[in-house]
Ligand binder design. Structure first.
Ligand SMILES: Nc1nc2c(ncn2[C@@H]2O[C@H](COP(=O)(O)OP(=O)(O)OP(=O)(O)O)[C@@H](O)[C@H]2O)c(=O)[nH]1
Ligand SMILES: [Mg+2]
Length: 362
């Protein structure tokens, strides 16, 4: 006898073959109700057991990453791999937005906010605080002497209808990295290495690259969506060459010629405003997120508060961002905007595009 569906009103065909983890349920509402991937190795199973018995987020993350590394890579395990990647990125996000434990204040932990977090790091006096000062309303201190900034400070840089979070940080050198700063840098979505384009900028960029690499931060010149999620050390990074107004053409040329193969370089000046729009648009692209507006049937769309989702998110992932239980009770969705006919009826697994409007029906 075929297993009974949990939601009798929904027309869900029971499986005809394969083993199902949740017995007696034929629907696809439960995330664990997936066909078992064949040939799970003992090593994978050991990591899975570690995940199940983990008591802290750090242990969970470590076990999930190990599961992703050890899962057999073939067609039958593709869904499990995708689910593991989703869990890893969700857990990372949750960990980054958690406040410090009660009674302790970790000044180097900056909870994430907005469309994504860009941590500005670099040697003294390069203009990290000036960038935050001219682009956001954050009350950061700018000084014409080194070591002005002592602690990280966030500010929100408006971009169209969203905001990108910039984090000002204290300066670092080869011999002096404030304790806690590496944690701030590691939890960034994007690391913006700020150098002074008018003073040995190649040396500064090289120093930052080698100091961070030696400490296990792998700087990648790719958007967040193209990072290997199984590699916890990889971070999207970009070099921001500031003080363009004081720099000679030659300074920037040398940096581009000798460093461009390692990281992308964007030249700006907080004094003249040059390059700031280019920087903001590029940071938005690197963050690899989309904005989705929701609407209730018969009502206009809510354009004030877009949902920010990772690039490649599906209708079902939007539903769970709206409400944890929504994926289970949604029946169908309609969509407007880029890539669709007006009001097209879409499947749970359909991939959303930036600025789509979605109407979820229960
Ligand atoms: N000419 C020029 N001066 C700049 C520019 N950006 C920053 N400055 C100046 O550079 C000096 C240092 O700026 P800050 O923003 O305090 O530099 P910082 O990197 O935060 O310095 P620390 O906190 O010490 O690491 C200040 O005098 C700024 O006015 C720029 O684009 N052009
Ligand atoms: Mg500063």
């Amino acid at each position: 006898m075929p297993p009974k569906a949990c939601h009798p009103n929904q027309a869900v065909a029971p499986p005809t073959s394969g083993r199902w983890r949740k017995r007696g349920c034929a629907c696809r509402c439960h995330p664990y109700n997936v066909r078992m991937a064949a040939n799970l190795t003992p090593e994978y199973q050991k990591n899975e057991a570690r995940y199940k018995s983990a008591t802290t987020d750090e242990e969970r993350l470590d076990a999930l990453q190990a599961m992703l590394q050890t899962i057999p890579k073939h067609k039958a395990s593709e869904k499990m791999q995708a689910e593991l990647k989703r869990k890893i990125s969700q857990l990372r996000k949750d960990m980054a937005s958690k406040p410090a434990a009660k009674g302790t204040v970790d000044h180097f932990h900056v909870p994430k906010s907005g469309a994504g977090q860009v941590v500005l790091a670099g040697p003294p006096n390069t203009g990290k605080s000036s960038i935050v000062a001219v682009t956001t309303n954050a009350p950061v201190k700018v000084g014409d002497y080194p070591y002005t900034t002592a602690l990280p400070a966030p500010g929100m840089w408006p971009f169209e209808d969203v905001q990108i979070q910039l984090v000002d940080t204290p300066p670092m050198t080869v011999d002096n990295i404030p304790s806690g700063l590496l944690g701030t840098i590691r939890s960034a979505d994007i690391i913006g290495i700020v150098v002074d384009a008018s003073a040995d900028c190649l040396e500064q960029a090289d120093m930052m690259h080698s100091v961070l690499t030696e400490r296990g931060v792998e700087l990648k010149s790719v958007p967040v969506a193209e990072l290997d999620v199984a590699n916890p050390n990889a971070r999207s990074a970009i070099v921001i060459a500031n003080k363009l107004d004081l720099a000679s053409e030659g300074d920037i040329e040398v940096l581009r010629e000798l460093f461009d193969n390692k990281l992308e370089i964007i030249a700006i000046s907080t004094a003249s405003g040059q390059g700031l729009d280019v920087l903001r648009a590029r940071l938005w692209q690197l963050l690899s997120v989309i904005r989705i507006y929701t609407k209730e049937p018969g009502k206009p769309a809510d354009f004030d508060r877009p949902y920010i989702l990772p690039l490649g998110s599906t209708v079902e992932e939007l539903a769970s961002a709206v409400h944890r239980d929504l994926p289970e009770i949604m029946t169908f969705a309609r969509i407007w905007g880029d890539g669709w006919f007006e009001g097209q009826r879409v499947q749970r697994s359909d991939v959303l595009h930036d600025k789509n409007v979605v109407e979820i029906h229960q």
